[in-house]
Write a protein that binds this ligand. Sequence first.
Ligand code: NAP
Length: 264
Amino acid sequence: MKLFAVIGWGIRNKSASPAMHNASFRRKGFDAYYMAFDVPKGSLGCFTDLARFNLAGFNVTIPHKEEVLKYLDGAAADARAIGAVNTVKVERNLLVGYNTDYLAVYRLAGAHMAGAEVLVLGAGGAARAAAYAAVKAGAARITLANRTRERAEALARELAQKLGVEARGAGLGEAVRADVIINATPVWDTPLVDLRGARAYVEFVYNPPETALLREAKRLGLAVVDGIDILVEQGAAAEEIWGLEPDRTTMRRAAAEFLARPPG
Ligand code: NAP
């Protein structure tokens, strides 16, 4: 049996990934099992040593996506450019990192971002992946708006220097015109920006599945990619990297059922 896992902190019994991947494995008849592990910040090296000899692959979530790069034997160019890894493949005891958060945004919203003004809310790992997807899709200009303005400005400078794109940082409250708006913060209950004038909205938050901005985007008739769409696509892309054939319909149903379960 092949073993897979997701690592993070505070995720055991909370992450939807085990339900989603195990349902996909069962549907496809793969002899594989997926678990969730809480790994403390100082113990990443212990976990990667264990993974090297026991797992076929693993996902990485908050707070380890950037730190894990130090413990890998290699990483795809995309993951290195983003500076964050959410998927690791184990092959002959070697660990290779990938970023499928970016792939999910690129695949699901790339068509809307070509030649567009893109506004990314946030400056953390998800925002890095979203901004990189916008670059890959050929966005005309990227604005990063973050609660801590300096972080947005630093990330915009990094994108401009590394990738040669037009990017700028802003504070969260500033009015910014955009064709495509991506929420890469965990904020779900407050409409952080005015969506009028945009044509597409991408939401990273999947718990709860309906956020204030997502509701507003639907009311305004924008094209919408929701947090479960991203969750399923990043997971499907991870299964492809692990050499499996993801069943997206089964994954979506399992994730939605997991998120709808009573707490506890
Ligand atoms: P992160 O690295 O911790 O970054 C969080 C970002 O959100 C930072 O820019 C932070 O601003 C901002 N933020 C946090 N709390 C805020 C608040 N109360 N008001 C305004 N801004 C706030 O986290 P991440 O990895 O980027 O993840 C962001 C969200 O995306 C999480 O909810 C995560 O679960 C979700 N996500 C979903 C998927 C999916 O598959 N659907 C994939 C990846 C991530 P400061 O810089 O000021 O702290």
